[in-house]
Design a protein around this ligand. Structure first.
Ligand code: HEC
Length: 165
């Protein structure tokens, strides 16, 4: 390779690198300023949250049945801790009982429930907690949700029984 050819190639590469550097600097600037804008808007959001928290009323008056109140207050942790029958029913029982799927006695349907209730609540509790195979179908233990406590299942039974029409 002659010296002049080498010079041309080297010069060309140098020029290309300079151009590349300039392009990168431009990109970095654009991305940087977008990020800055985003950070600013995040800060605004955090400030807004702080403000809302500061001007929120101290107490909330709750109307309605105790079960509803408990549910609205404990809504995010519904599965793990609440003993609210309604919340447990909605989470673990409604899948079958709301529409009477697979022989499940339908919610609020007196025709499906009265004879069962007549056998006594303890039987209902036991069958809901332990599960059972009846004439109409199979009721899985705790509705198939083993993480429920016995009390949660019983509260759900209470909720269902209280709503029979
Ligand atoms: C996979 C569907 C399914 C789910 C989920 C389910 N059940 Fe049932 N359940 C049934 C079926 C089917 C029966 C009727 C069984 C029969 O009598 O033949 C039944 C019956 C019952 C009975 C009547 C028991 C009796 O002695 O007559 C109670 C009480 C009950 N379920 C409570 C619950 C509760 C509480 C939950 C939620 C924790 C729940 N079920 C979830 C299917 C289900």
């Amino acid at each position: 390779m002659s010296d002049s050819r080498f010079g041309k190639i080297f010069g060309g590469m140098l020029a290309a690198m300079v151009v590349l550097t300039i392009v990168l600097i431009i990109i970095a600037n654009v991305v940087g300023s977008t990020l800055k804008d985003e950070m600013a808007s995040l800060k605004d959001q955090a400030k807004a949250k702080e403000l809302i928290a500061r001007i929120e009323p101290i107490g909330k008056v709750a109307f309605g049945k105790p079960a509803e109140v408990a549910q609205t207050q404990a809504a995010p942790a519904a599965k793990a801790e609440t003993v609210s029958g309604e919340a447990t029913y909605n989470a673990a029982c409604a899948a079958c009982h709301a529409q009477g799927v697979a022989g499940a006695p339908k919610f609020a349907d007196g025709g499906a429930w009265n004879e069962r209730v007549a056998r006594g609540k303890d039987t209902l509790y036991a069958n809901a907690v332990n599960g059972y195979q009846g004439k109409a179908g199979y009721m899985p233990p705790k509705g198939g949700n083993a993480s429920l406590s016995d009390d949660q299942v019983k509260a759900a039974v209470d909720y269902m029984v209280d709503n029979i029409k």
